[in-house]
Write a protein that binds this ligand. Structure first.
Ligand SMILES: Cc1ncc(COP(=O)(O)O)c(C=O)c1O
Length: 358
C-alpha cells in the first residue's frame, strides 16, 4: 500500500486532521467525480433507460463489493441506506411476540436502541441490558434475539466470541465494524449483520448493507416489498419478493449514491483491504499509547480504529479542536472524546491532535 497515495485521494486532508470516520468517513475525490458524472449525464440526457440500466448494473456491483468484504455471497446481501435501516428491517421481519426477550448491551447506539424500544412499545417484547463484555454468556431461556454491536461505538471494544449463544439468532450492528476491521460474517456466528456505507467505507450518506445468513433467509420475510424487492414486478398482485436478501433492499437508492459508494470502495480496495485494516489499527494504537503517556485516561479498547478518552468538558474541547483544524467527536453523556483513525490518516494527524489537546 502507498499510504501517501491513499491519503491524497481524500481532499479533506488538505486542510484538516480529519479523525471522524466513526461518524462519516472522508469522502474521496473519486466519489465526487462519480456523482458529478452521473448527474451531468442525467441532466443532459434525462433519466430514462440509460439511467435505470446504469442503476441496476451499479447496484449489482455494489452488492458484490459489499459481499466480498463481508466474506459472503452476493445473494445474501441487501442494499440499505444505513445500519439503522438494516436493524429496523430485521426486527420487523422477525415478528417478535409479547414476552419475547431481546438481549442487548449497555454500549449500544440509538440506531439499535430506538428500534428495540419501539418493538417493546408496539409488540410487548422485553429488553434485557447487560455489559457489552458479557453479552455472549448472558443468554437466558426467554432470549429470542441477541442484538448488539460488532465494535462498540463508545470505546472500540470488539464483541466477544458468540459461540455461547447457541441457536439464538444474533443481530450485529456493524456500523463500527465493516471497513474498520476485517469482517467475516461466517466466523462471527451472527444471523444478521447491518452495516453503514458512509463510515469506514467512505461512501455517501444513504448507503449501507444488511447481510442475512442463508440459514435465516426463509425465516425473515420482506417487511415491505416494493418494486426493487420483487422478482417480477410486472406480475402485479401476484409478484413475489426476490428469493435472496435483495427482498430487503431499500426501496429507492439513486444511481449517484450507488456510484459514489462503489467509487469509494474502489479507492480502498485498490489500496488493499488487509493493508487498510492494519495501517488503521496500528495508527489508532499509537494514538492510544501517546494519549496514555500524556496522562489521559484512555477507555479500555481492542485493536480497532476507535480511541476514546476522558475529558473534563468533551463538547467544549471538540469545538476547540475543530478551530485548530482537528475533527473528532464527543460522546454525549459519557465524558468521552473519540477519535476515529483510518488508513487515510497519518502521524501528522495524530501529532496535530496531541498538540491541539496540550
Ligand atoms: C454503533 C453504531 N450503530 C449505528 C449507527 C448508526 O449508523 P447509520 O447512520 O448508518 O444508521 C452508528 C452511527 O454512528 C453507530 O456508531
Amino acid at each position: 500500500m502507498d499510504p501517501a497515495g491513499l491519503r491524497a485521494e481524500f481532499p479533506v486532508f488538505e486542510q484538516f486532521a480529519y479523525l471522524n470516520a466513526g461518524t462519516c468517513g472522508p469522502l474521496p475525490a473519486a466519489s465526487v467525480q462519480a456523482v458529478t458524472d452521473v448527474l451531468a449525464q442525467a441532466a443532459a440526457d434525462g433519466r430514462s433507460q440509460t439511467y435505470f440500466t446504469g442503476m441496476l448494473d451499479t447496484r449489482g456491483r455494489l452488492r458484490d463489493a459489499y459481499a466480498q468484504l463481508l466474506g459472503a455471497a452476493s445473494e445474501d446481501v441487501a442494499l440499505t441506506t444505513s445500519t439503522s435501516e438494516g436493524i429496523v428491517r430485521v426486527l420487523a421481519a422477525l415478528e417478535l411476540q409479547p414476552g419475547d426477550e431481546v438481549l442487548t448491551s449497555d454500549e449500544e447506539h440509538p440506531g439499535l436502541q430506538g428500534p428495540l424500544a419501539a418493538a417493546r412499545t408496539q409488540r410487548g417484547i422485553t429488553i434485557r441490558v447487560v455489559p457489552f463484555a458479557q453479552i455472549a454468556d448472558a443468554v437466558g431461556p426467554d432470549t429470542k434475539l441477541v442484538a448488539c454491536s460488532h465494535v462498540s461505538w463508545v470505546n472500540g471494544c470488539v464483541v466477544q466470541d458468540l459461540s455461547g449463544v447457541g441457536d439464538v439468532p444474533v443481530l450485529l450492528d456493524g456500523a463500527q465494524g465493516i471497513g474498520a476491521i476485517a469482517t467475516d460474517v461466517s466466523s462471527l456466528r451472527c444471523a444478521f449483520y447491518a452495516g453503514s456505507g458512509q463510515k469506514w467505507l467512505c461512501g455517501p450518506v444513504g448507503s449501507g448493507m444488511l447481510w442475512v445468513s442463508p440459514d435465516w433467509n426463509e425465516r425473515v420475510p420482506a417487511s415491505g416489498p416494493t418494486y426493487l424487492n420483487l422478482a417480477e414486478p410486472s406480475a402485479g398482485l401476484d409478484a413475489v419478493p426476490h428469493a435472496g436478501a435483495a427482498r430487503h433492499d431499500t426501496s429507492a437508492q439513486s444511481l449517484e449514491t450507488t456510484a459514489a459508494a462503489l467509487a469509494a470502495l474502489g479507492v480502498l480496495s485498490d489500496a488493499g483491504w488487509a493493508e487498510v485494516h492494519e495501517q488503521a489499527a496500528a495508527l489508532a494504537g499509537s494514538l492510544a499509547d501517546a494519549l496514555a503517556e500524556r496522562g489521559r485516561e484512555v477507555a479500555p479498547r481492542d485493536r480497532t480504529t476507535l480511541v476514546s478518552w476522558k475529558d473534563d468538558d468533551p463538547a467544549a474541547t471538540r469545538v476547540k479542536l475543530a478551530q485548530d483544524g482537528v475533527i473528532i467527536r464527543d460522546l454525549p453523556g459519557t465524558g468521552l472524546l473519540r477519535a476515529s483513525v483510518g488508513a487515510w490518516n497519518d502521524a501528522s494527524d495524530v501529532d496535530r491532535l496531541l498538540c491541539a489537546l496540550a
